[in-house]
Design a protein around this ligand. Structure first.
Ligand SMILES: N[C@@H](CCC(=O)N[C@@H](CS)C(=O)NCC(=O)O)C(=O)O
Length: 202
């Protein structure tokens, strides 16, 4: 039995989307960081970091959204979301690590200071500075998508999911992606997928 802990309005969306794409049955244990669920003794036994998402698959307990998604895609997505060639596995790891190290750190301050923090704690300069830094990774992504519809070629894979679900924060804060037209079109195609819409409604 697969269980995922978290709420859709968090990084748990990444895992919910992956599970919906893979079409494997799972139980969604709604666990909200804002109400203290992630601080309970019971939850901390699953993830001592006190963060969502957490995945439980039988006896296996995993945390870190990207690690969970790579595990799920490899275990349940052979021939679909998990690429066949080892070189493409390498590129999947590359894009997933890149999403966490290059994209997320640039997007998070924008999300915090334009949407999440209470108005009194928002600092427009921090958001503007982060938006300026975001141009570099977006230009890298644009280059990768120049000659292919998806990150690993023609088919949607876990690489597209893992990167687009992070970039979805840009949509949430209404960032203008016109300077990166391939990226904007690819992001729209990814977020139009029924599995994303189902995950977001969880
Ligand atoms: N790098 C982790 C970050 C997880 C994370 O920070 N989750 C947030 C929700 S989006 C959380 O649980 N925050 C609660 C807290 O830190 O108390 C991942 O990608 O899974």
């Amino acid at each position: 039995m697969i269980r995922v802990y978290g709420i859709a309005a968090s990084r748990a969306l990444r895992v919910l989307w992956m599970l919906e794409e893979l079409d494997v049955g799972y139980e969604h244990v709604k666990t909200n960081f804002a109400t203290g669920d992630t601080r309970s003794a019971e939850f901390l036994k699953l993830n001592p970091n006190g963060h969502i998402p957490v995945l439980v698959d039988g006896a296996t307990v995993l945390w870190e959204s990207m690690a969970i998604n790579l595990y799920l895609a490899r275990r349940y997505g052979a021939g679909t979301l998990w690429p066949a060639a080892i070189e493409d596995e390498g590129r999947l790891f590359q894009w997933s690590f890149w999403a966490m190290t290059e994209l997320e750190p640039a997007l998070l301050p924008i999300l915090m200071h334009r949407r999440i923090l209470p108005a009194a704690q928002r600092d427009a300069a921090i958001a503007a500075n982060a938006e300026a830094k975001l141009a570099a990774p977006l230009t890298v992504l644009e280059g990768a998508l120049r000659d292919r519809p998806c990150l690993l070629g023609n088919a949607f894979t876990a690489a597209d999911l893992n990167v687009s679900v992070v970039l979805a924060w840009a949509v949430l804060v209404g960032l203008d992606l016109q300077r990166w037209p391939q990226t904007a079109a690819w992001l729209q195609r990814c977020l139009d997928r029924p599995a994303f819409k189902t995950a977001r409604s969880k």
